[in-house]
Write a protein that binds this ligand. Structure first.
Ligand code: 5GP
Length: 207
């Protein structure tokens, strides 16, 4: 069985990554990695579903015990990806989505150069601030911090393999799936298949 792909999705806070990812994982060929974080849950967030919420001590303990694939500090809080689930999911042939920020993407790309990184951009300026305010889940200081971080993140979009625009949700989902499909058919991923067919055909020819 072919291994699944590791798909790294980033984008500035408020670009709608969560919604995009939620739609993609409705397809049974995709799974979502649930991260560990030290930040407090937002209203409506569920432990084990949105994140594994934990303490700084527990987080650092997991890092020291090599249980994390990557980890980073974002807005003074720790975030990281548990290694086990990613490894098990790709071994089962499923694609796994990691919705993580840029420092984490760089770490994963070093370990797994075959991972596909996708940056989601808003379709125009001003959208991020509007969405962050509409969400109404953060205080003014947090919104300001997140806007600064968002601008810093968009400046790093060039580090990603693909940049996809989230203007219209359906189109964005379709574009991301196209990118993942195109990756699947790269020759590096197809040569084993070609070899299998060739070996059989050559055997038949020799008989
Ligand atoms: P939020 O607090 O809005 O849920 O997430 C803040 C940022 O952390 C987002 O950019 C999100 O993609 C990123 N993030 C979430 N989980 C992880 C993780 O496991 N590792 C890294 N590096 N970033 C993460």
């Amino acid at each position: 069985m072919n291994k699944g792909k590791v798909i790294l999705i980033s984008g500035p806070s408020g670009v709608g990554k969560g919604t995009v990812v939620k739609e993609i994982i409705k397809d049974e060929n995709y799974a979502l990695s649930v991260s560990v974080t030290t930040r407090l849950p937002r209203e409506g967030e569920i432990d084990g579903v949105n994140y594994f919420f934990t303490t700084k001590e527990d987080f650092l303990h997991r890092v020291e015990n090599n249980l994390m694939l990557e980890h980073a500090v974002y807005n003074n809080q720790f975030y990281g990806t548990p290694k086990d689930y990613v490894e098990q999911t790709v071994a089962q042939g499923k694609n796994i989505i990691l919705e993580i920020e840029v420092q984490g993407v760089e770490q994963v790309k070093k370990l797994m150069p075959e991972a596909v990184s996708i940056f989601i951009m808003p379709d125009k300026a001003g959208v991020i601030e509007h969405r962050l305010r509409k969400r109404n889940t953060e205080d003014e200081q947090t919104i300001q911090n997140r806007l600064h971080i968002a601008i810093g993140e968009m400046k790093q979009a060039h580090k990603y393999d693909y940049i996809v625009i989230n203007g219209e949700l359906e189109k964005c989902i379709c574009d991301i799936k196209s990118v993942i499909n195109a990756e699947r058919y790269k020759k590096e991923n197809m040569l084993d298949f070609v070899k299998g067919v060739l070996e059989n055909d050559e055997k038949t020819l020799c008989q």
